[in-house]
Design a protein around this ligand. Structure first.
Ligand SMILES: *[C@@H]1O[C@H](CO)[C@@H](O)[C@H](O)[C@H]1NC(C)=O
Ligand SMILES: *[C@@H]1O[C@H](CO)[C@@H](O)[C@H](O)[C@H]1NC(C)=O
Length: 442
């Protein structure tokens, strides 16, 4: 009896598993090695200076003289009335602990081995009315440029609370009777937060080059750069003397490759690999470089230099040579890719429906044209023309529309890039680091 439903079930299972396969297909290689963060096609004229941008503030080399990995934990409290959060206490991975308010000394407690076992929980010995509020457990990893935060809400009750703890969908809510101890749990056993002496800093940057037609796994190594300052150059001799990465690369997190002067034979795929083994950073940026003849400088697509959506909008990087054209293509995540494909299918369907409507209307007009009054046939004629135009316009839009969407996206990415290029570190990181140093120096 259940045969049809069983078939349906099997179909569903098959669909599901194929979707899972589709989904995991593109994320597996990323997990196995480094993940491709960006992929772009770049082009310069022969003889010019090419700059392949490869920057990450997380690769800035941080000296760690204490070998404590420069981590800090702080608990903050925002009272029920709102207002800014107040720093309660902090604990450094080197061991120092600070309690900010005198009345909290001996009342608030952290485990002394927090950075060894990852238990950053805060114990309040006897809860008072004023302890109620939103607590945050904040972990800064200065060495790895990481930040994590966890929130817990504390409610203070007169008698024993009906529900001592529950999850409000975002955070734990703890209800504790006045005078009783409260344990605000914050456990993070991620190895970067707990290990003290895992391995020496392993920051390595490679630049690879694939000549045209050569697959990624047979790329030539061009350069190795180590956080310790050591550098090794490989690669074909004709290229070796013309490539360079700034001497202060690890100080600025800027590993951009300069090739000067560019030759036609330099064409190929270049990739910049950033590895911070301790901090778990593995990123790859890919550049498909083409070299144009020096005289024939074809104008970029669209109107050159005029604010059309592709060429000028995001404010092209002024440091880049003139007369070249950078097109960034971000490798879509599998999900984004899926939706893009869906978009194409839907758009094609829409076009088809519009054409069908146009044809049907045209046929109907031809068939029933004589039955209409003059006025009406005039109307319907106008409608037809409009629809036909619309169909054509929609077709055009479909050709360009998807491109525009992608270009907008590209432009945002370009904009981000340009911003990154102008200020080597995003403000966010600067603030955090500065703040940390200030704290550290106090
Ligand atoms: C964390 O430490 C507190 C004492 O500071 C202890 O009561 C609690 O059980 C510990 N939690 C875990 C998960 O180890
Ligand atoms: C850009 O377009 C505006 C009008 O759309 C025109 O006045 C201007 O001359 C154009 N500039 C260039 C460089 O083509």
């Amino acid at each position: 009896m259940a045969l049809p439903s069983r078939i349906l079930l099997w179909k569903l299972v098959l669909l599901q598993s194929s979707a899972v396969l589709l989904h995991s297909g593109s994320s597996v290689p990323a997990a196995a090695g480094s993940s491709v963060v960006s992929e772009s096609a770049v082009s310069w004229a022969a003889g010019a200076r090419a700059v392949l941008r490869c920057q990450s503030p997380r690769m800035v080399w941080t000296q760690d003289r204490l070998h404590d990995r420069q981590r800090v934990l702080h608990w903050d409290l925002r009272g029920p009335g709102g207002g800014p959060a107040r720093r309660l206490l902090d604990l450094y991975s080197a061991g120092e602990q600070r309690v900010y308010e005198v009345r909290d000394r001996g009342r608030l407690e952290l485990s002394a081995s927090a950075f060894d076992d990852g238990n950053f929980s805060l114990l309040i010995r006897a809860v008072e009315e004023t302890d109620a509020g939103l607590y945050t457990c904040n972990l800064h990893h200065h060495y790895c440029h990481l930040y994590e935060s966890l929130a817990v809400r504390l409610e203070v009750t007169d008698g024993p609370p009906a529900t001592p703890a529950y999850w409000d969908g975002e955070k734990e809510v703890l209800a504790v009777a006045r005078g009783a101890p409260a344990l605000l749990t914050c456990v993070n056993r991620g190895h970067v937060w707990t290990d003290r002496h895992v391995e020496e800093a392993q920051q390595v940057v490679h630049w690879d080059r694939q000549p045209p037609g050569v697959p990624h796994d047979r790329a030539d190594r061009l350069l190795d750069l180590y956080g310790s300052g050591e550098r090794r150059a490989y690669g074909p001799l004709f290229l070796r003397d013309r490539v360079a990465v700034g001497a202060d690369a690890f100080e600025r997190g800027d590993f951009s490759l300069r090739i000067e002067p560019l030759e036609v034979a330099d064409e190929g795929t270049y990739s910049c690999h950033l590895h911070h083994h301790y901090c778990g950073l593995h990123e790859r940026r890919v550049f498909h470089l083409t070299v144009a003849e020096p005289h024939a400088e074809p104008p970029p697509r669209g109107s050159p230099g005029n604010g059309s959506s592709h060429s000028g909008a995001p404010g092209p990087d002024p440091t880049l040579a003139r007369g070249h054209n950078v097109i960034n293509v971000i490798v879509p995540e599998s999900r984004a890719h899926f939706f893009q494909q869906l978009g194409y299918v839907l758009a094609t369907l829409l076009l088809f429906i519009l054409l069908l409507v146009t044809v049907l209307l045209a046929a109907r007009r031809r068939r029933g044209g004589y039955e209409y009054s003059d006025q009406k046939s005039g109307n319907s004629k106008g409608k037809d023309v409009n629809l036909a135009e619309f169909a054509v316009a929609a077709g055009d839009q479909m050709l360009y529309g998807s491109e525009d969407i992608q270009l907008d996206y590209k432009n945002n990415i370009l904009k981000e890039r340009a911003e990154l290029a102008h200020s080597p570190l995003p403000a966010k990181y600067i603030d955090l680091d500065k703040g940390f140093r200030k704290e550290n120096c106090k």
